[in-house]
Design a protein around this ligand. Structure first.
Ligand code: UDP
Length: 420
């Protein structure tokens, strides 16, 4: 039976340029899931805030899958709390749009806390069940950050609590997230489905390192450490820079041929000014540790280019303080690049320490330096981890995510039939 899903992703547009402020894994997730569901004949409309003025109001993502931009407040980048201020307008316009197309939906699938608030209204107006995925949780973030950088915590946490209580089902990206939902939000485990995220093997697969380096114009002799992601404190880039400083103290010979490439973020001020600010801060750290010749901030790159960066690297560092899943680690692994990640959230469920990557405690730059030194100096270990990583990554495909999500939708809709 055809299902119609209203996917609500207020601040993560599946068409967005990735790696900039507030666009990363969630955008990828919504894009890949909507496309996969569409190919199965599930009709998906993704409702998202209109952020890029050149985007058309409605755009096809693939068969049966559309993106519908809703204008709430002026078009452009806005911090999340300002997006929050316009959520009622977003909801009203979304409902108006669906009515104008005479469309009804069987189920709402909401992403992140901002969409959870919209989902509560849709649940009532349309009388449909809600499946919620948080991607990150406010209370988890609060545990690892010293300050409430986005000024969003209390409202966010209240909305998350309500969503946990009222949604028909919650999707967690790992068993760790399930544990956090139970411990911090008193979630009923029987309503939480653990569904790990996926990777696109047609995009992320091994490429010969020499070829990738040639295409990127990199020196074949250098040893390359790669970081990919949004430039935010939670990603631990400062810890990585400290680790690199220590690595050179311990192995002075490495200064001449080890380079760190930081992919992600906006290099020019403008829409993404706060992030550019963060890069300036990191540059100060680079200066402090005398790393100018060894660190390059590359800016954000499209995923086709990223595949080359992963293949060119000797190791990919994922030093996050918290990570609900960690797509970057999985993408690197699918490319056969050894990953050194932190033992947090989903990363510890993707990476098997010593087999498909190495895990170190979050925030521990000494342990990170040790692990990076091991991978850089031991070719056999690199080979072993690369093989393990590729084998492991094969378990995670978007097709599999789609299978599990469709099962979940069916279960939620069947339960509803029984209860009506
Ligand atoms: N990404 C990208 N270009 C960049 C930086 C990141 O395409 O310059 C993508 C990357 O491929 C990954 C996503 O952004 O799919 C980041 O996801 P992850 O789960 O690692 O982090 P999140 O953004 O969800 O915190």
């Amino acid at each position: 039976m055809t299902r119609r899903i209203a996917m609500v992703s207020v601040h993560a547009c599946p068409l967005a340029k990735l790696g900039g402020r507030d666009s990363g894994g969630m955008n990828v997730y919504v894009r890949e899931l909507a496309r996969d569901l569409g190919t199965r004949g599930v009709e998906v409309d993704v409702f998202t805030r209109w952020r890029e003025k050149d985007d058309p109001r409605i755009q096809q993502l693939g068969p049966n899958a559309r993106v519908i931009h809703i204008q709430s407040g002026p078009i452009g980048y806005w911090p999340k709390m300002e997006v929050y201020e316009h959520l009622d307008e977003f909801t009203d316009k979304l409902i108006e749009h669906a009515a104008s197309e005479e469309k009804s939906y069987d189920l709402v699938h909401a992403h992140y806390w901002l969409s959870a608030k919209v989902a509560r209204s849709l649940e009532q107006t349309w009388n449909v069940p809600v499946v919620q995925m948080f991607h990150t949780l406010g209370l988890v973030k609060r545990e690892v950050m010293d300050e409430d950088i986005d000024g969003e915590s209390d409202i966010r946490i209240e909305i998350e609590r309500e969503a946990v209580k009222k949604s028909a089902a919650v999707v967690a990206a790992s068993e760790i997230e399930l544990g956090e939902l139970r411990r911090l939000y008193r979630a009923d485990a029987s309503r939480v489905a653990v569904i790990p995220c996926g990777v696109d093997p047609t995009l992320f697969h091994p490429v010969r390192q020499v070829d990738a380096r040639e295409k990127l114009g990199r020196d074949q002799c250098e040893r390359l450490i790669l970081f990919v992601g949004r430039i935010e404190q939670i990603k631990g880039i400062d810890v990585l820079l400290r680790a690199l400083g220590l690595l050179f103290q311990r192995h002075p010979d490495m200064r001449s041929d080890v380079c760190l490439l930081v992919v992600g973020g906006a290099l020019d001020p403008g829409d993404d000014a706060p992030e550019t600010e963060k890069i300036l801060e990191l540059r100060r750290l680079v200066h402090e540790h005398r790393l100018e010749s060894n660190v390059s901030f590359v800016g954000s790159r499209g995923q086709e280019d990223l595949a080359l960066y992963y293949a060119a690297a000797d190791l990919c560092a994922v030093p996050s303080l918290t990570e609900s899943f960690g797509l970057v680690a999985l993408e690197a692994m699918a490319c056969g690049t050894p990953v050194v990640g932190t033992r947090v959230g989903g990363l510890q469920t993707i990476i098997e320490n010593g087999r498909s990557g190495l895990l170190v405690p979050a925030g521990d730059y000494q342990a990170l330096a040790d692990a990076m030194a091991e991978v850089l100096t031991d070719a056999r270990l690199r080979m072993h981890l690369a093989h393990g990583a590729r084998d492991r990554a094969e378990h995670f495909t978007w097709r599999r995510v789609g299978d599990r999500i469709v099962d979940l939708y069916d279960r939620v809709l069947d339960e509803r039939k029984v209860n009506v």
